[in-house]
Write a protein that binds this ligand. Structure first.
Ligand SMILES: Nc1ncnc2c1ncn2[C@@H]1O[C@H](COP(=O)(O)OP(=O)(O)OP(=O)(O)O)[C@@H](O)[C@H]1O
Length: 740
């Protein structure tokens, strides 16, 4: 937003050079943006010494009847909503008659800014965002707060994790001059996001927010608003009389079940929409399963088509007869059918996913299984290309075997096609709630409001270590058991403490319970990085050096490998460990490689070791009954994972996971016993066996596999090097110091 010269006359004189001024105890460093209500500033809370985004109501709005009081009232109510998908409000108050609200400083951008880039959105990302928004809305609705202004500008997408944060809860009402408590009032807002209730002057309720969410999702999928008139009066008429263009007419890549759900959200009558945010979330789960199941069926059809082509090719070659393969291509899944959904990760050239794309995208030399095949065998020949010499005359009879092959193919395709359309959901043995891995940024945020924190919550270090780091078979390791260590000096110290001196500090913040607010400038901020545990003072002279090696060093790498998933998953911001729902079989592993040579560590000198992984969603409330296993793998393939690509990603098919992990040494385990795991930020593995394994490793690097999960199939999500190099998986080593 262009910033014109402004007289911030509501600010007091700055106390430091370069600042814009002071507002109470806040140092105002710069303007982040302006909206209808006022300004948002980058600021420092000088009492708690943390960065904040300070929203200050402008004079005009503040002078309208009741609006100031309503702003404060709504902001306080909003501050009571504690949820991963709702921005954290630290403090609400007035200074010199100016209402303000201090909130967590977010890094990333609004969905509005993302939409402007006009990037193609994958359907599973739309589902992921929808889920997160539904969760945030559900938490607010549970407290009786209706947002009333859900629009892309109020949806924040956090950098790296893609976690959604809903901004400006309930504030629309506060700024509507003649609104009453029921939400009925003069219509204001951006025309495109108004609701039919507003057009009818009906009160707004939870389902109004769901309508607006439908508008947001429709726009994400199509780049267009479902109803768009230039001015509010026409928009209100259109809302009551018109219907949105069917979504798939604008973007056929969106699967039908998702399009149907979005249209349901856009129903004119609230009763025809999902009953509430929780119902919507459940419907999104079903939609995700349907989309995944249909994609998988499409892949199976494509594989079958390829195999039968090969059979027929062989027959054809033997007889040296010509045969038009286009006949088989015609039997393939039609390009507009759900089979053509963009498979979630963008397939890399030559990847299995590319190979599996139905007829429209012929394979490029990689077999659907993920194994490399001679290009000629895998690539379907273009129509007529099987002809040796000239195309076959039409009258030339085909061999009976060919006809038989064609007959079988047609029958099988018909049966599978039928199954595809009637398939009710996901096959039992697939994971139900987890969308394909590259888009899994935040999908596991808790649907329920977060538990109220203790008055003085434990530090991340304390949270992570005591119950969550359970080393088997380690009895006790003198220095690697940091479980009871005190808070590291550079850990954030204050954020959870309510500001005692703030006159209007109505909010006991949960800021650190969510995630450390990350300041972009200029204050040195703390991160819940795994090295924090290493900050405690040494109790006695220590002849060792501490070395931190993370997966960004040298040929280090981190990657998720997923069974039956034929695309590399090693370039994603999130690493996932998961079991299959129900039968508990491993489905998804994390592979890690640490380059000790690049870190200048000699294996033999390693005395103690801990492996730390930062959870992408701290306070992982769903991680009950979760056990994670850490295995080491050495010898062949450890320095270079088999057939990894340039991005250091590997397929399940090419990985050690395929053979099962039984032959690998189990080095440590982590399990989520005790209540503290819900607040864990970092998962640690530590044991004498881990250190021993590293000492004896033969390559320049050491590699590990993490498997496990819980029986509900919930994925455990960690931050990868792609998301944040500082929070990438880290090996903390205690190494014998060189003798003088
Ligand atoms: N918590 C935050 N952290 C970082 N930046 C923020 C935060 N909240 C708002 N901003 C920035 O400030 C800008 C203005 O926010 P504001 O909420 O005032 O405007 P808006 O939502 O675009 O308009 P309106 O309030 O009229 O709906 C946003 O676009 C965003 O860039």
């Amino acid at each position: 937003m262009p910033k014109t010269a402004t007289n911030y006359d509501f600010l007091d004189a700055p106390t430091q050079d370069g600042d814009l001024g002071m507002l109470g105890s806040y140092r105002i460093l710069g303007e982040l943006g302006r909206g209808g209500m006022g300004y948002v500033f980058r600021a420092i809370d000088t009492v708690l010494e943390r960065p904040v985004a300070l929203k200050v109501m402008n004079k005009k709005v503040a002078s309208t009847p009741n609006s100031r009081d309503r702003f404060l009232q709504e902001a306080r109510a909003m501050a009571a909503v504690h949820h991963d998908n709702v921005v954290v409000i630290f403090e609400v108050g007035t200074h010199g008659g100016t209402p303000f609200m201090a909130m967590e400083m977010l890094r990333g951008e609004t969905l509005e800014a993302i939409n402007k880039k006009k990037e193609h959105r994958q359907y599973d990302r739309v589902i992921d965002y929808a889920r997160q928004i539904a969760r945030g809305l559900g938490a607010a609705h549970a407290k009786g707060i209706v947002h009333r202004d859900i629009k892309p500008a109020n949806i924040w997408v956090e950098e790296g994790t893609e976690r959604i944060k809903i901004l400006d809860f309930g504030l629309a009402l506060a700024t509507s001059p003649d609104a009453d408590a029921s939400g009925v009032g003069s219509v204001c807002g951006t025309p495109g996001y108004l609701t039919p209730e507003q057009a009818r002057s009906d009160p707004l309720d939870d389902r109004s927010d769901l309508y607006s969410l439908g508008v947001v999702l429709y726009e994400m999928c199509t780049g267009k608003l479902p109803t768009s008139q230039p001015a509010i009066p026409q928009q209100l008429v259109a809302l009551l009389t018109g219907s949105p263009t069917p979504l798939r007419e604008l973007n056929p890549d969106i699967p039908q079940p998702l399009a149907d759900l979005i249209h349901q959200l856009l129903a004119k009558e609230p009763r025809d929409r999902p009953a509430n945010a929780a119902a919507l979330e459940a419907q999104l789960d079903v939609v995700a399963r349907e989309c995944e199941a249909k994609s998988e069926t499409a892949v199976s059809l494509s594989k079958l088509q390829l195999s039968l082509k090969e059979v027929v090719d062989k027959q054809d070659d033997a007889k040296t007869e010509s045969f038009d393969m286009a006949a088989f291509d015609d039997l393939a899944v039609p390009a507009t059918a759900p089979a053509a959904f963009p498979s979630s990760p963008t397939p890399k050239p030559g990847s299995g996913a590319a190979a599996n794309r139905p007829a429209a995208s012929p394979p490029t030399g990689t077999h659907p299984s993920g194994k490399h095949q001679p290009a000629a065998a895998a690539r379907p020949a273009p129509a007529g290309s099987k002809t040796k010499g000239s195309p076959a005359p039409e009258s030339q009879p085909l061999s009976p075997v060919v006809w038989m092959g064609a007959g079988i193919l047609v029958t099988l395709l018909l049966v599978l096609g039928l199954l595809w359309f009637i398939l009710p959901g996901q096959p039992e043995n697939t994971v139900s709630v987890v969308p394909p891995a590259e888009d899994l940024g935040n999908a596991e945020s808790s649907p329920a409001p977060r538990p109220t924190p203790a008055p003085t919550p434990p530090t991340p270090t304390e949270k992570a270590a005591p119950s969550s780091s359970r080393s088997t078979p380690a009895k006790s390791e003198p220095r690697s058991s940091n479980e009871n260590r005190t808070r590291a000096p550079r850990e954030p110290s204050a954020p959870d403490t309510p500001a005692p001196t703030q006159p209007n500090a109505s909010i006991a913040t949960e800021s650190t319970d969510v995630e450390m607010p990350v300041e972009t400038t200029p204050e040195p901020l703390t991160e819940p990085d795994v090295a924090a545990v290493e900050q405690e003072p040494a109790e006695q002279p220590d002849p060792t050096e501490r070395v931190k090696v993370n997966t960004t060093a040298g040929i280090g790498a981190d990657s998720t490998v997923r069974e039956d998933y034929e695309s590399s998953l090693g370039t994603k911001p999130i690493l996932l460990v998961q079991k299959r729902k129900g039968d508990g079989e491993d489905k998804q592993h994390v592979h890690l490689r640490f380059d000790l040579q690049a870190a200048g560590v000699s294996h033999a000198d390693v005395q103690q070791a801990r492996l730390g992984m930062v959870l992408s969603i701290p306070g992982h409330e769903k991680l009950h009954d979760t056990t994670l296993n850490l295995y080491g793998f050495d010898a062949k393939g450890a320095d270079r994972w088999r057939e990894e690509d340039g991005n250091r990603a590997i397929l399940w098919e090419n990985s050690i996971s395929r053979e099962g992990l039984d032959s690998l040494p189990l080095l440590a385990q982590w399990s989520s016993e005790g209540p503290e795991y819900a607040n864990a930020q970092v998962v640690f593995f530590s044991s004498p066996e881990l250190a021993e394994f590293i000492r004896k490793a033969t390559g320049n690097s050491v590699s590990f596999v993490i498997s496990g999960g819980n029986l509900e199939g919930t994925a455990v999500r960690f931050i990868s090097k792609e998301a944040d190099a500082a929070k990438a998986p880290t090996l903390l080593l205690s190494v014998a110091a060189p003798s003088e």
